[in-house]
Design a protein around this ligand. Sequence first.
Ligand code: SF4
Length: 490
Amino acid sequence: MRKIRLKEINVIQKSIHDTQWRIGLVYPNSYSIGMSGLTVKFLYHLLNQHRNIYTERVFFSADLPGPPRSIETGKTLTQFDLLAFSFQFELDYINALKMLLRSNIPVYSRDRTSDHPLLIAGGPTVTTNPEPLLDVVDVIFSGEFEVISKKFLEAIITSKHSNILEEILSVPGFYSSHEPVTQITPLITSNLNDVNYPTAQVRPISGWRDRKGVLDGYFLQVSRGCVHGCHFCLIGKIFRPKRERSLINLFELIDNGAKETETNFFSLIGSSTADYSQIIDLLKYLIEKEHKFSLPSIRIDSGIELLEQIRRSGLRSLSIAPESASDDVRFKVGKKITNSQVYDFVKKAEQNQIQELKIYFILGLSSNLVSESHEIINFLHNLAELCSSLRLNVSVTPLIPKRGTKLENLCVNYREIQAGFRALKEGIPRSIRQKMFPVHWAAVQAILSIGGRELTPIMINIAENGGSYQSWKKNLDAEPIDYYLKHYCF
Ligand code: SF4
């Protein structure tokens, strides 16, 4: 396999002589996926704030054999003092284990010595359910890292190798995985304007193979948290309350970000960006400055006023997430919008020159999956008829119950979801592009999301055997769907 020649701007370089400590910021998925989110860029910036600590990025690559190496200097994981893993998806646990195995680092923390790096895990999935990883990592971090980033770096600098674990555990938000972890309370930033936010963001300028547009620009975080509290949503649950940056702060970030990240493309980030109280003024500013932008999926009830600005900006594609096609189901899970609001929005989007619309659904929000699938099919037929010039792309994901959300105890019958997916494939109009998240992998993700320490040896065997779906079946001694129904559905 040919190695890609990657060229990036804003890569941080430090002299080996000045750096006492080396941190590997590990994103256990591909470079493209890691760099198309804010987390890696943001942590990279924060973890490099002390001149004597050098943090480098390490991604998972399924293609390249041998131990994973850092992007900056080609270091292997064993050459770092600390490895900070960022977990956004449960399925990345297996990639993380594979990275350790390929690096000859013992996967159980009890088998590692002071010659090995210390392993820290953070991210939304471990915040609500760290259990599958407790025997692997040494420390769990929960919350928004910038709250304690300075204290964390100071704790490292003042420690010696022999007491680094104790020093880190003295910082709020860090929990030892060797003690019983009872209640984790995420640390939350109260004022977003005070956050040390990167204006010179690291980004590729050539040498990556996919997701080009997504990696191109500056990531502008407008707000955090969400007021809506949909029952299935982990982000809406843990990062509360909703907080916003001031418009002045955003204007500054736009001006400096454009200069220092050398771009005129802005990816607006936030759980519910259309709810930003001054979103119209923000979009007007971007348009005046002749910048391009993209929006995450927008809420139908708050997004309608944005459409005129979106038309002026030249943006021609949008995403919406009605999640269900039934008003009843939607209201029951806390998403208080109606089908007629969605139809109205889509019609107005078409009138405002939107050419492509992505629509996200979740199957499994009620106990009547047959009716859920039929309602999605009818809804999409209506939409295709109503807006014949729009290119519609639909994406359907089985519900994955997350610990810590209101639906954590819901038993999802993935067998019935498979039947629902078959009905959708048959019934959705041919003119609409469909993307279905594989149901068997959703069951695996549900196991990791709900399960406990009993999964660790299973995950290690699976990682040793390559991590394929076949190895899941073999090591669970069952189809993951049946394993989930037997062990986690009561
Ligand atoms: S509106 Fe979106 S971000 Fe907010 S709780 Fe619902 S799904 Fe989560």
